[in-house]
Design a protein around this ligand. Sequence first.
Ligand code: ZN
Length: 133
Amino acid sequence: MLKIEHIGIAVKNIEQSNDLFAKLFGKPPYKMEKVESESVSTSFFMLGENKIELLEATHSESSIAKFIEKKGEGIHHIAFDVKDIVAEMKRLKEEGFILLSEEPKQGADNKLICFLHPKGTNGVLIELCQEII
Ligand code: ZN
């Protein structure tokens, strides 16, 4: 893994949270994007090299809706930049981590992504992401 790519925060209302975080950071999100496959609306803020992703569920079966139901709003995942997601998924699987998908998926912000089950990572949901060039 290369570096933290972004931190994902689950929110109930992304419009309100965009305003809140824009006030906090002193700048608006640089991107908003729906990811149909994950049933989420996302927005991204850039702070130097660091990104914050806000995620709102687009329907009640979304993993974000379930997360908020259980734990409330807050930090949802930490995403790490990887050079070769397929190789990294294979390596982590061999190390005994549980992958939430067998193949990389199309994520927000022009990325291939895969999540690791938090059961195997001390309760932290980890996302791998590889930039699509
Ligand atoms: Zn993410």
